[in-house]
Design a protein around this ligand. Structure first.
Ligand code: ADP
Length: 659
């Protein structure tokens, strides 16, 4: 029996694997890089080992460091999750050499499938259908050009060692071939250190349909049905579902059998996925299918399969790694209803889905029922690190049929709050509720084709969002005033007696915000028992009624209004005096936002008076004064002029004067 399992991964998959292992009574050991020391996957583990600095190459991808961690923590098995070392045959060898079981297939199976061209050789021998193309060793450019012409344009050039859509080029005509080949080779060399390519007929209306398979060490192989992953951006999946919309039972049995044959061809053991590309031009999911590649690990999108089969794939993986036979025979595996998953990413749809890492100011998961699931490694206050994949969570729903699964997922995406980084949340809602998608009419070109509808131009800041942000700001200020008064021991002051933002004594003020490049100004009138706003469009409204369904969150001068899965991010423009007030009121001498230190006015040992400016930061092209929260002596100054500081960084230390 596996008694101590080291999970060589991070984020949601490390958390997800830990959940099953712990349920099975297995002691879970996490590994972490420096950035991840306080992350969720470390918190849920029974024990954790540091494996190196932030760079993946020096931590999660460092075979020696992972094996050392397994040895020092006396792990008897390693689960690699997906990505990182999960398909690395050298890592599998290193585990074997160290006498540690790897929860995954043999090194030989990984090697056989690790290279797209080599895997096609194996599959063609096993009679698994392949996309018409060329995957030979001869890489002479003139010969490749001749092959391309024979296949017929459009042709797709793929890096043989490829993954993540890198090293791929579509070539529309013979004249464009040479240049595209050179570009694909360059990209492949840079990304994989290997510039071998293969050529495939480019299908113009393809669906990505993959089959989950499972093998054991006793010669059993089954499939757990298919997943349709046709909703992609930049050749990467964002929405996945099971079963494939429109697939007949006959076709399901055929594609399942082809996947099982593929797995048998390499004596496969453990969880794997055989990816097919389906020509959906005339018959949708039932068009001709061709082997694309095999992933020798657990997939990101495995939860949809778990929902429609009622099985725990990680449990199966651990049992198979333990030498057990597969728990069920093919005929015992049943398909129940429909499941759909959306990947919530810190990325900007408006900027071609570029990653947008950042601080998660709020992550609030709605109440969960049995038919919804959120897999995440992120909590409120965590950072989406620049060094790793920007996925925040997988949001998954199950229903009796496709329509109810989509409706449940849409509800979940509307209720989930993720404030802080720019995300694809609103985009996901638009994608899964698009008429064509709901009609089951999907192919990998769907997102590009409907870009205008899925990524509409923004039309200003909704009044409710602005009202919620103002309310949030005033509440915050009220709380600070109360804290300030009580810190002064001034219990009878109107500040201390007051509740929330009604404490504000000013009758009228103007607040300035920035929405990207656009400046917004709101006049606030504090009445006896209500606060009214004059919005940029000239309307005057009561703050509480205007908020509508919006709620707002804040981090420093950044405000995030959230409603129904949509987020509006506003930056408050503050005058220097107020910035110093706020720094003082909060009692902290911490950077209110990331920026640069432009002036340091004090040195350790200096006596300072409350309110005195100690340091000036420049952030977002504006200066922010950091001033003393009380009378005292400067104990330490942590930064010098010119230094960059992170949001929340402690800048100076003050020792209060003794009374
Ligand atoms: P990677 O390993 O880099 O992710 P894949 O071979 O898995 O690359 O292909 C990724 C995606 O590219 C597929 O899901 C599909 O959308 C598209 N694709 C791959 N091969 C073809 C093809 N022959 N014709 C059209 N699209 C393709």
């Amino acid at each position: 029996m596996i008694a101590r399992l080291l999970i060589a991964n991070r984020g949601e998959i490390a958390v997800r694997v830990a959940r099953t292992a712990q349920r099975m009574g297995i002691h879970v050991i996490a590994v972490y890089s420096d950035t991840d020391a306080a992350s969720m996957h470390v918190a849920v583990a029974d024990e954790a080992v540091r494996i190196g600095p932030d760079a993946a190459a020096e931590s999660y991808l460092d075979i020696g460091a992972v094996i050392d961690a397994a040895r020092s923590s006396k792990a008897d098995a390693i689960h690699p999750g997906y990505g990182f070392l999960s398909e690395n045959a050298d890592f599998a060898d290193a585990c074997a050499a160290a006498g540690i079981r790897l929860v995954g297939p043999s090194a030989a199976a990984m090697r056989a499938m690790g290279d797209k061209a080599a895997s096609k050789d194996v599959m063609s021998k096993a009679d698994v259908p392949l996309v018409p193309g060329y995957h030979g060793a001869d890489q002479d450019p003139a010969m490749l050009a001749t092959q391309a012409a024979e296949i017929g344009f459009p042709v797709l050039i793929k890096a043989s060692a490829g993954g993540g859509g890198r090293g791929m080029r579509i070539v529309e005509s013979a004249g464009a071939f040479d240049e595209a080949l050179a570009a694909a080779q360059r990209e492949a060399r840079g990304a994989f250190g290997n510039d071998r390519v293969l050529l495939e007929k480019y299908l113009t209306t393809p669906r990505h349909i993959e089959v989950q398979i499972f093998g054991d060490d006793h010669g059993n192989v089954v499939h757990l049905f298919e997943r349709d992953c046709s909703l992609q951006r930049r050749y990467q999946k964002v929405v996945e579902e099971a079963p494939a919309p429109g697939m007949t039972d006959t076709r399901r049995a055929e594609i399942g059998a082809a996947a099982v044959a593929a797995a048998r061809a390499i004596d496969y053991s453990g969880a794997g996925t055989v990816e097919f590309i389906v020509d959906a031009t005339t018959d949708g999911a039932n068009g001709s299918f061709y082997f694309m590649e095999m992933n020798t690990r657990l997939q990101v999108e495995h939860p949809v399969t778990e929902f429609v089969t009622g099985l725990d794939l990680v449990e199966w993986q651990l049992r198979v790694a333990d030498g057990e036979s597969l728990p069920l025979a093919q005929s015992d595996i049943k398909l129940d209803g429909h499941a759909i998953e959306a990947r919530l990413y810190a990325e900007d749809p408006e900027r071609d889905f570029l990653p947008a890492p950042g601080h998660v100011v709020a992550f609030e998961v709605p109440e969960m029922g049995a038919s919804v699931r959120i897999d995440t490694g992120v909590r409120t206050g965590d950072d989406i690190a620049v060094s790793y994949d920007p996925m925040i969570a997988k949001v998954i729903a199950h229903g009796a049929d496709r329509e109810s699964a989509i409706a449940a997922l849409d509800r979940l995406l509307a209720e989930l709050v993720c404030a802080g980084p720019v995300t694809n949340q609103a985009f996901l809602r638009r994608a899964i509720t698009h008429r064509e998608f709901v009609g089951g009419d999907v192919d990998t070109g769907f997102i590009d084709r409907h870009r205008d509808i899925l990524i509409p131009p923004r039309d200003g800041v909704p009044d409710g969002a602005l009202a919620a942000v103002v309310a949030r700001l005033l509440t915050q200020r009220g709380r600070q005033a109360v804290a300030q008064a009580s810190a002064r021991g001034d219990a009878n002051s109107p500040w201390a007696a007051s509740d929330g933002w009604r404490a504000n004594l000013r009758n009228m003020e103007t607040l300035e915000f920035r929405d990207g490049e656009t400046a917004l100004s709101v006049s606030v009138v504090h009445g006896a028992d209500q606060v009214s706003l004059t919005l940029p469009d000239g309307q005057t409204v009561d703050v509480e009624t205007a908020e509508g369904g919006w709620s707002a969150y804040a981090s420093g001068n950044m405000f995030f209004a959230v409603a129904d899965g949509t987020q509006i991010r506003l930056e408050r423009i503050v005058a220097v005096e107020e910035a110093s007030d706020r720094a003082g009121a909060a009692g902290g001498l911490n950077a209110p936002m990331p920026g640069k230190v432009v002036r340091v006015m004090v040195s350790p040992g200096d006596q300072v008076a409350r309110g005195q400016t100690l340091m000036v930061l420049e952030a977002m092209k504006m200066e922010h004064a950091i001033s003393a929260s009380g009378d005292g002596q400067v104990a330490a100054v942590f930064f010098a002029e010119g230094d960059q500081v992170a949001e929340g960084a402690e800048l100076l230390q003050l020792e209060p004067v003794e009374d």
